[in-house]
Design a protein around this ligand. Structure first.
Ligand code: SF4
Ligand code: SF4
Length: 173
């Protein structure tokens, strides 16, 4: 048998064997939107007292208006990254926020780095597990402070899945 024919047959056998092995493994591709990631934990947070980030998914932010002082540190942090945060004036009558300015996030610019969360000294800005941010126009990607204050809802979820961090596969429940 020539060397070329040997390599050819060897390639077919290796490809077939790989296919057989994967036939019995759980599927990694999700049938979105019927199947969605069931991400564990509340999302990325920062412990300002200890100065450490708490692991979690970096999805859409959540703003706690009862804690935000309007200090703008989140916007200043983002200015060096993506200029995605704009402070907006909204009357809410919250005693801790005398200027009544709150962060708004443009997800057309945000790179989900989490630096704004790290910069907030008042635990007022976290990230959530919400990754469903696709929109048909750029304006829909601009989240006002009031939109950020609403906890995300996962809609149309029919199948929960989890990531097996050891094997790197998605397990269907
Ligand atoms: S996560 Fe987004 S909004 Fe926050 S600093 Fe990074 S780019 Fe800016
Ligand atoms: S979210 Fe935090 S850093 Fe941003 S303005 Fe409010 S208190 Fe300041």
């Amino acid at each position: 048998m020539s060397l070329g024919a040997y390599s050819y047959i060897k390639g077919i056998v290796a490809a077939t064997w790989t296919g057989i092995k994967h036939f019995f493994r759980p599927r990694m591709t999700l049938r979105y939107p019927e199947q969605k990631l069931d991400l564990e934990g509340p999302g990325y947070r920062f412990d300002a007292k200890q100065g450490v980030g708490l692991p979690g998914f970096k999805g859409r932010h959540i703003l706690y208006m009862d804690k935000c002082t309007g200090c703008q540190l989140c916007a200043i942090a983002c200015d060096g990254v993506a200029v995605a945060i704009e402070m907006q004036h909204i009357k809410k009558g919250k005693p801790q926020n005398k200027k009544e300015i709150w962060p708004a996030v443009d997800y057309g610019r945000c790179v989900f780095c989490g630096l704004c969360v790290d910069a907030c000294p008042f635990d007022a800005l976290y990230m959530t597990n919400d990754y469903e941010l696709a929109a048909y126009d750029k304006m829909s990607l601009k989240y006002t402070p009031e939109m950020l204050a609403v906890p995300p809802k996962i809609q149309g979820q029919t199948t929960k899945v989890k990531i097996d961090t050891e094997r790197g596969v998605v397990k269907h429940e």
